[in-house]
Every structure is written in C-alpha cells, then in structure tokens.
Design a protein around this ligand. Sequence first.
Ligand code: GLN
Length: 280
Amino acid sequence: MSPTTPAALLRASRLPPLEARILLTHALGWRRTELITRSDDALDPAAVARYQALEARRVAGEPVAQLVGTREFFGLDFDVTPDVLIPRPETELLVETALVAMEGISRPRVLDLGAGTGAIAIAIASTRPDARVWALDRSAEALVVATRNATRLLDAQRPGGALVLTQSNWYEALDATLRFDVIVSNPPYIASGDPHLSEGDLRFEPRGALTDEADGLSAIRAIVAGAPTRLSAKGVLWIEHGYDQAEAVRALLSAQGFAEVRSEQDLAGIERISGGRLPG
Ligand code: GLN
C-alpha cells in the first residue's frame, strides 16, 4: 500500500474541505500553508490515526472549535472547551458597537455579563488599553476558560490585569457602588422549546449559555432591568439577541427609560443587537 499523504486524506474526507483542512492541520501540528507545500509527504501512521479520530468525531457532530480547542474572534485566538459558548462572527458587531460607544470617553468602565470564553470583554480590553473591563459569568468552568484567555491574550500587553473576572449570576455579585459607561451582553436567548437546541454545534455547547429555559427573553429582561442603577449618566447598554427578538428588546429598553433605542443589523442583514442610552 502506498503511504498516506495529506492530499490523499483530504480527497477521501467526508467533511467539507475547509473543515478537513483545519482538522488535518491540527492533527499534524502544521501551519495551513504546509498542507500545500507538503501535500505529498508520507505521513506517520500515528498522525494519520489522530486525523481520522478527529474526522470521525466531527462526522458525529462535535464542533470544529471544540476539536481543535480554539476559535478566532476579532483577530484573536480564543481557547474553547465544551464549558463555553463558541464565539460567533456576528458577535463582533456587539464589540464594534461597544467600541463606538466608548469613543471620546477616556478610561471607560465596561461590564460584560455572561462572559463565556471572555471573547467580548477581551476584544474590548485589547482594543482599548485604557479601559477597565469587568467580565462576569455564573459558570465557574467558564471563568477558568476566560481567565486562561485573558492571561494569554492580555497580560503581556497589560500586566496586572485590565480585566476583572468574577463569578456572578448577572449583577448579583457586583459591588453595588460600581458604575459603568458601557454594559454589553450576549446572554442565553434561545427559547427552551426551540428545535435549534438539538441541532448542529448547539448540541455540544453548554445549554445554560444558549437558553434561559423559558421564552428566550428572561435573561434579557434581568439585564435590562438591572442596568439603569449600574450605568453612569448617559451610559449605554447593548445586548445581542435572536433574529426575531429585536422589537421585543427595544420595547424592554424603552420601558426601562432608555433613550436612543435602536437595533443594528449583522452581516446577514438580521437585527442582531439592540441598545440604548440612559438619559443624562
Ligand atoms: N448565537 C447563538 C446561536 O443561535 C446563540 C447564542 C446565545 O444564545 N447567546 O447559535
């Protein structure tokens, strides 16, 4: 039998080509370009077995980000485990919108509720080195992952920690005297009966990061209700939500006294985040 090569493995793969290349690069410990320059190398059988094991797990449904242990978000590589939501590209809109809201504020104070990997908080802290960022999650397991990401992605840049990571169910553990210029959150917003929870990558992500086990809006209600007492005058709140929740979230923000209430569309043209500003 002729030796197994990267080219042969990719030809025989049952996966979409991009996924097969990501898993093969990971199994071999190569850079992406090496799959091209070394496509006819004879591979060590142990490396082939590693790739085939990953491929089988992917075919069985495990998310690529969990199989390779990382996902890129806002130009940074985040560690990912089954304990955290996998960062999604559409959530970059929340980061970009928060960064715009922080323009003109020196040393802004930012709060991220439901930090997961820490992707939102770390992306903001990394882009605005003068910001003080608090990131909360009720999951101790998620905080372990977020701490690892913060250490690797921020500490070299900002020794001493520009990020405060705390275990908390929404605002509960937060010092009541703290006030923030910006609050952001990507909370669990999928309704408990939504069939998407039993499809695709979502089957392998922490259920508590995806659904509120209710109508999909209960976490958002708690976040909106608690925001006015934690925001500075003219502070802003931005929340990510489901494709059909924008109107409901805008109504919650208006009812809570927020002004300038509006939604922003993601790259797919879906109203994906909504926010508002406290009156001065
Ligand atoms: N955006 C995720 C999805 O629909 C859900 C994340 C969340 O509930 N915050 O796949």
